[in-house]
Design a protein around this ligand. Sequence first.
Ligand code: S3P
Length: 446
Amino acid sequence: MTASACSLSFELAPGGALRGELTVPGDKSISHRAVMLAALAEGETEIDGFLEGADSLATLAAFRAMGIEAEGPDQGRLQVKGVGLQGLREPGQALDLGNSGTSMRLLSGLLAGQRFASTLIGDASVSRRPMGRVIDPLTQMGARIKATPEGRAPLRLLPAEQLVGIDYQLPVASAQVKSSLLLAGLYAQGETCVTEPAPTRDHTERMLMAFGYPLQRQGNRVCLRGGGRLIATPIRIPADISSAAFFLVGASIAQGSDLTLTQVGMNPTRIGVINILRQMGADIAIERPRELGGEPVADLRVCAAPLRGIAIPKAQVPLAIDEFPALFIAAACADGETLLSGAAELRVKESDRIQVMADGLSRLGVEVEPRPDGMLIRGLGAAGLLGGGRIEAHGDHRIAMAFAISALRATAPIWINDCANVETSFPNFADLAAGAGLQITELRGE
Ligand code: S3P
């Protein structure tokens, strides 16, 4: 069953606090890349901490459809038998990537260099998302990709004669586009270079290096040459900071909270949420910093603290790009105004996250001004409380979880519709959150 085949809503009783210790599931971005590179590597890769969410499972299913044998996943453990860069087989059917934009964009690059044709499809949300940003540079590399006239999925990839490396300046800061081009670059003649306007998550680069693939990085520019080899290596995946973010905000806004999140990924290109929350006055201690499989991790202890509104520094935007739904809830509970700008990308995520969050926050009694590239939020202050009501998540997992934790500071029950896609990134969210103190009930229907 796809994640959205059965409807799910959340019912939240107001109030409560988050306490104790918990580990959120494995990082989604890293899980996708682990499957992709393990499949293209020579030898068998053992992955630990794999996210068993619908998005990363869609990537895994796509590789199985291309002949990859894999055992698991079972409690985050997955063994992938790599077939080498030239070993994938033509899939017998279209590859259905569900809700996963990351799978679609990264696979476009990876499949552009294959000797067989393939078709990539996804759900209604993925089919609305802009794909021109990967199609244009991949076409410059010699890829043959057919999309809808608006540049959207379904995407049909035809075998190219020979990809050639390009030197590409990314117009928007996007790790998905950067990664797509690097994956195509594995199959290209000569050098593929990507320069980004601001640093974005670098998991592809780190993992390519872990698999022994030579790569040059200088400032915001990364280059690789095609025709190398990937050699299997064990991969350990940290807990996803994007999932931890809901608890960082929840514990910050709910009086009496004292929560520890263990083994959270602390890659410098992902920690914008911590930087922003700390600037707002959050009490987050970084404990036991260490390395896990080439990625920095730490335990995060977060206690309730009065938050103040800030102008979010533009440089933090790409480093917190998935965390704004949660951060908007923090802003709603802060003292004074919070202004986000330079974040137009939020309008083309799983939903239009500026408009959908603005609608939900208004419903809860918060004054907001959505803007083309961000939002102004007038916080209710340290003693202020949100109202209750019915919120639409529009099938966006992060909107659903953000409003779920907002109930910790509400005066009345909150119902959130269209939450089934929480399954894409955080399948046990409701159980873990309830264990920590959120008063959440899942309501399932057909
Ligand atoms: C991702 C990159 C980001 C992020 C997405 C995951 C990735 O997208 O929003 O959830 O794994 O590379 P963009 O590259 O579009 O910013």
